[in-house]
Design a protein around this ligand. Sequence first.
Ligand code: 4AD
Ligand code: MG
Length: 434
Amino acid sequence: MLANRILIRDALVKNPSSEAVVSGWIKQIKPLGKLIFITLRDRSGEMQLIAKKELDNFKVLSKVTRESSLVFKGNIQESKQKSGGNELEIKDFEILNQAETPLPIDVGAGTSNIDKRLDHRFLDTREEKINAIFKIRSKIYKLTTDFFDDNDFTNITTPKITSAGVESGAELFEMKYFNKKAYLSQSPQIYKQMFVAGGFERVYELAPVFRAENSNTTRHLTEFTGIDMEMGFIQSESDVMDVIEELFKFILNKLKKECKRELELLGVNPIVPKKIPRLSMKEVKEMLSEKGKSLLESDDLDSEAESIIGKIIKEKYNEEFVFVTNYPWEIRPFYHMKPEDDKNGTKSFDLIWNGVEIATGAQREHRYNILKEQAKEKGINLDEMESYAEIFKFGCPPHGGIGLGLDRMVQRLLNLDNVREAILLPRDPERLTP
Ligand code: 4AD
Ligand code: MG
């Protein structure tokens, strides 16, 4: 029967009184004496199916459990229901795999808590709205690679087993590597700079990033998908912000067309940026203090500050994004470039979307002697990082880049309470399965 299967999407618009074969999972089954009503779900949608008492094995069908997978052959007829469309009168069926009872989670009812849902994620993602989150995520991934490809960036794949990191603050996972110590990559930072200098000028990578952050928040994972890019021969960090602004215009414009159904299902109508405001950390701190939130000159923005800034930007500019620029040197890694006239600043920025940081970027210091001095200031000996130090000795051009978190992007786009809703199988200090 499966050989003639068509998708529910197509069955819903097929000519009435024609024959069709559909298959999927049982979302609902209601045996009502002489009739059985079934809501069947496949990857393309949902449809009502009806069986009459005369059907062979009517009794067997009436006992089929929710979330079982079946294939049905029948006649298409116009539905008498208000929702319209077609339904299928069942003439024959085959049970492909009967689901055990009880189900470990209440698929689609929204009554199971997130921990239980994540324990049985493959059942959870059958629910249309949850499925939609990952259709959107998949599309963002594709659109991101399309954008970089269209803009002359080369996709690079760099090692995730490494000997050291450069992100001060971000914790490393140590691993045994034969008779040596190795670490899971906390960022492709070194490698993307390496291959800007390696003649590609513009590189990007979408890959796992590992952070041994022992914190349980709604925005931190220990393994997430990083979107990293780096570009050479720039004049300043503004060139990087320009590209990222275009990236978000591209993604959101396309997404609104290509994921219309999924966005509607989730009740989300994202604002495509017209012009992303660029405000210095100093300006942002002044705005915050007007709202009663005081921070020191050298302080980073905490999650409360980011959330307030998100609201101010929405009110003042009707934008969901803001670049916060000129971060203090004290809270940035050694490789961020300092402005000529400000020894306590950096040519760096964060991108905040709906009140949460989704990216950090900067112009990098490409002059070996200055970089060595900056490393020293942070207590790092550049020459001990031989393969990194070498990049700056043989014609490395001025360059800059950014690291975005795909999981955070999905979370902010869809206003999900927890970043764990935006990733299929989250890893955090407590969770290592499934
Ligand atoms: O801000 P981060 O640590 O910056 C870097 O990794 C730099 N190498 C980027 C650069 O090119 N200068 O990480 C970048 C982004 C964050 O803004 C956030 O979106 C995401 O990665 N991220 C996390 N997402 C989930 N869980 C975590 N623990 C994350 N840590 C960072
Ligand atoms: Mg950051």
